[in-house]
Design a protein around this ligand. Structure first.
Ligand code: F0G
Length: 301
């Protein structure tokens, strides 16, 4: 990455968290707070990762977990996680934005804790990623981060401000789901990066505030650019992230580092979350008979 971009580029691997995405940082706080407040259940709308994380932390806390996901639009690994952790998984015939509006209402009517990033505890947990960067690197000039519901960019900026380090916040949306770039909600968001298939981010104002205060930018990258970056990371860096996570890298590869000397790209979720996209975009396996000449041919040929 660094050679190609002409800057010192660091990748922050959030796929190494317990459920394979950055969501765990905030979810452990939000679920702990829910327990303290006496909640018996937690709920969220999700494009998949929040659901997997909420389900896991709810299971550990002995709470009922319910997750509402857009039907047919979440990656297989995330669905498997939510189901394995025993959450009630509701497949909504609608998109993430509709799901979020519904869970917000539901949480007002019933004693159920809402654990989407509209919950302040989520941001408090997630800002620790910025603290880690400051601890490890001291200074950095820019942060490239994918933006969906805009909680994470908000949390990072909060963490940086509290640390007194102010990198430029470069947020990246998928072209078909880029409300912050267009300045208006997108009714029917579409992108291969299903995690950020969001048309009306809850943390809209905060994300724009972080961008302005840090002299950063929020821009869009195409699905093709996202997939190129996704493959590049796997093939050249040995890092397998999910497609949405590659949006920041796609942006950096497209726009360059400009005058930044040290840039961090946040890889928000693990590639194993979405095996179907990987298998559809990667090379195919080589079938082989179990004898030496055949294996020689298969390996060397
Ligand atoms: N990357 C991944 C892998 C995500 O799952 C998400 C959000 C983002 C980036 C964007 O973060 O929403 O804070 O701007 N996923 C949410 C979910 C919406 O339901 O799992 P954001």
């Amino acid at each position: 990455m660094s050679e190609r971009v002409g800057a010192e580029v660091w990748l922050k691997l959030e796929g190494a968290n317990p459920t394979g995405s950055f969501k765990d940082r905030g979810m452990t706080c939000a679920v702990s707070a829910a327990v303290r407040e006496g909640a018996e259940a937690v709920i969220c709308a999700s494009t998949g990762n929040t659901a997997a994380s909420a389900a896991a932390y709810a299971a550990r806390a002995g709470l009922t977990g319910a997750v509402i996901v857009p039907e047919g639009k979440i990656a297989t690994g995330k669905l498997a996680q939510a189901l394995m952790h025993g959450a009630r998984v509701i497949a909504l015939r609608g998109n993430f934005d509709e799901a979020l509006a519904l869970v917000r209402e539901l949480a007002q009517r019933h004693p159920i804790a809402l654990v989407n990033s509209v919950n302040a505890f989520r941001l408090e947990g997630q800002k620790t990623a910025a603290f880690e960067l400051v601890d490890e690197l001291g200074e950095l000039d820019a942060l490239c981060i994918p933006v969906g519901n805009a909680g994470n960019i908000t949390a990072y900026w909060k963490g940086f401000e509290e640390s007194g380090v102010r990198p430029r916040m470069l947020g990246w949306q998928a072209e078909g789901a880029a409300p912050l770039v267009h300045g208006a909600p997108v009714e029917q968001p579409e992108t291969v990066a299903s995690a950020i298939r969001i048309g009306n981010p809850a943390r809209w104002e905060e994300a724009m505030g972080a961008m302005a205060a840090s002299h950063g930018a929020i821009r869009a990258v195409s699905d093709a650019e996202i997939l190129d970056a996704y493959r590049f990371l796997a093939a050249h860096e040995g890092v397998f992230c999910e497609p949405a996570s590659a949006a920041g890298v796609a942006g950096l590869l497209k726009h360059g580092a400009e005058d930044a000397g040290r840039v961090v790209c946040v890889l928000t979720g693990h590639g194993l979350k979405d095996p179907q996209t990987a298998l559809a975009r990667a090379g195919s396996v080589v079938p082989c008979e179990p004898d030496l000449p055949a294996v020689e041919q298969a390996v060397l040929g």
